[in-house]
Write a protein that binds this ligand. Sequence first.
Ligand code: GLU
Length: 492
Amino acid sequence: MYIQQIARQTINRCCFSTAAVNEGTFLDQVMAYFNKAAGHTKISQDKLDFYKSTDIVIKFNLPLVRDDGTYVCVPAYRAQHKTYRLPTKGGTRLSPHINIEEVEALSFLMTLKNSILDLPYGGAKGGIGINPRKFSKREIETLMRRYTLELAKKNFIGAAIDVPGPDLGTGEQEMSWMKDAYTKFKGHQDINSVGCVTGKAINQGGISGRQESTGMGIFFATREILNDVKYCQSVGIESSLRGKSIIIQGYGNVGSFCAKYMYDYGAKIIGVAEHDGSIYNPNGINPYELAAHKTKTGGVKGFVNAQKYWEDESAIYQQCDIFIPAAFEKTVNVNNADKFNCKIIAEGANGPTTMAAEDKLLAKGVIFLPDILLNAGGVTVSYLEWLKNLKHINPGRMTRRWEEQAKHRILEVIKMSTGLNINIKDSKIAKKMLEGPSETDLVHTALEQSMIEAVKNIMATSQEYKVNLRLAAYISAINKLNEHFEISGVEA
Ligand code: GLU
């Protein structure tokens, strides 16, 4: 049962195209994007070299006795890319492909993402080298707890030090185990121990709205960019997300929520690729029905409302307005770049496009909405969860009732002064308007505001430097890093 649950959140790489060897490592790719953007700034090379280097990366082994009695040694990692702002922050993945360079690259992206969203964190990323589909619930729990203990012993975790969140293959359960292991070990000395990780279950100190936050953030950012009529005209695309046809790669936590929000807004989901193949229907796929199908079967195969099913990823190459890679890195690469038939690539995953693929697609006029802006909703809501943990109070607890009463008083004044007879008892909308905000309301609106502001900033940078959105996102993050270090200095 547990292995099936995990399988719903993880993506099997073998179904998706992988990058050519000569495209370099994931870290090479991130460095290349950074260097290209840095060339537009006036920052000296020595400083840039410092900004892009990883402060700390550790690898250690976790011992495990498997359910059949055999001993295994599982590699585990954590990279803290820049510790200039503490704590550092970033996800924890369970993946057999994880290695030092991958966590360095991902932690680098986190530094940039945190900078773009003005989150007071350095970037980090870590994980454990297993395929969670092949491990039982007990085995995964043992590994998560031991991983946390090892990080704690090395002073690598804590609300003021480094705060892991969820990533590929991890969710509320795994983050709750990490919190539990840490609080049992350190809770008596650390009143903020619950804030040692984010993405926890609500009854373990999590926050409402964290689960859907990455997908929702992609929706908000894409909607905002496409609402900018001038920008859309300048790059030759039709404005508005409404009516756009969408194909998604990866129907896990990120892809499925993103699909639902876009569909509710009026976009049409016409294709989805998963580990067990891909489906296509030009008349539209209902993302809620597909999510229910995936929960039941573990994949997209056999979905009744698909016109076509392929055993491989073929659906992602069909014609559409927006392709959303929401799986993992380098799925858009030099091997498959020529096959795409989309106008926009909205990057939900971290590092889905290699530079060689981007060059080819830019030449064809494809527009990229970059990962470090688009998928930053997850860490933004993690920030809200962390603040909730540090404050030791649920958002709105002190003010919700007061706000509700204040709105009622205003309504009474309006009624008295205008003689209007408004009967709110029978109106659902009026009742909702008079309610104080729930935790979910506060989280969703805070996320929306954060994404809107970030999009505005990147659009402004793009105009100022006359560059595309990816370069603008990198330039904006690099400039903010530089401004920080100019004031703080870099030495002890
Ligand atoms: N895994 C998320 C990301 O790549 C962030 C995790 C966190 O909230 O720290 O942005």
